[in-house]
Design a protein. Structure first.
Length: 255
């Protein structure tokens, strides 16, 4: 059990640290989390116990480690907890998560989102995400962010990429390439380009497949998806106005 001394701003274990950490190694991560949450210090005896028992965290499940690290990363002062994990030699035993921890420290970051942190940790081993139980939307966002970053290492994100993956995913991909490869930070450009997109989803396109069927003679219905795809790209790149009349005129001429 970890005890917090609110008056002195100190975090310590109840009873002898080594005994407590041997009973449950997660308590070491919890001490680092409370330090991050409250901006407190971990007392000297507890730190010594964490150092001597650091290897025990390798026996924890990835899920338990993940849940505790998520709270730490989302806390008020994650830098404090990250430094404790490194100083007590716990970080090397945290499997995939150690990459994110060391990069956080190396880049002297103050804050990072949980999605960004996970994406750094699993950048080279996306398949390993299956070994931890994440909410499906989190897992999907991390996977997409990593893939977009790998496909755009110079952060040259096209309008099509912004449309297909959305603003948040592209911003994470941008951050990954900045931190991992020293790419130019294009956050401002990405926000500007996204705001300038004529459409942000297919629901904003001025026509639907039904409109095409009702107004254009098409040899095969399977062509409709191809037509919509071409129209989408033209609209996104300002080569065709997003209004029903202009789009139908283009379709009748070219199909």
């Amino acid at each position: 059990m970890v005890e917090v001394d609110l008056k002195k701003g100190i975090i310590r274990t109840v009873y002898e640290p080594q005994r407590r950490f041997t009973e449950d190694a997660l308590r070491m991560l919890r001490a680092a989390y409370f330090a991050s949450k409250l901006g407190f210090e971990i007392d000297a005896e507890t730190l010594l116990g964490m150092k001597s028992c650091s290897y025990l965290v390798q026996n924890l499940s990835s899920d338990r480690i993940c849940w505790e690290l998520e709270k730490l990363i989302n806390s008020n002062y994650p830098k404090i907890g990250i430094n404790y994990l490194i100083d007590t030699n716990i970080a090397p035993y945290l499997s995939n998560f150690k990459k994110g921890i060391y990069l956080f420290n190396e880049k002297n970051l103050d804050k990072i989102s949980w999605i960004e942190f996970l994406s750094i940790c699993y950048f080279d081993d996306v398949a390993d995400l299956a070994n931890i139980h994440l909410k499906s939307n989190i897992s999907s966002l991390v996977t997409m962010s990593i893939n977009v970053a790998k496909e755009n290492k110079k952060n040259d994100f096209s309008r099509h990429t912004l449309f297909e993956y959305g603003l948040n995913t592209v911003l994470v991909a941008n951050k990954l390439n900045v931190l991992l490869f020293g790419s130019k930070d294009r956050e401002s450009y990405i926000n500007q380009e996204y705001n300038k997109l004529p459409i942000h989803s297919m629901s904003e396109l001025a026509i639907t497949g039904i409109d095409i069927i009702d107004n254009v003679t098409i040899k095969e219905n399977r062509m409709i998806s191809q037509i919509l795809k071409e129209v989408k790209l033209l609209v996104l790149n300002d080569k065709l106005a997003n209004n029903k009349e202009s789009i139908l005129k283009y379709i009748k001429k070219h199909f």
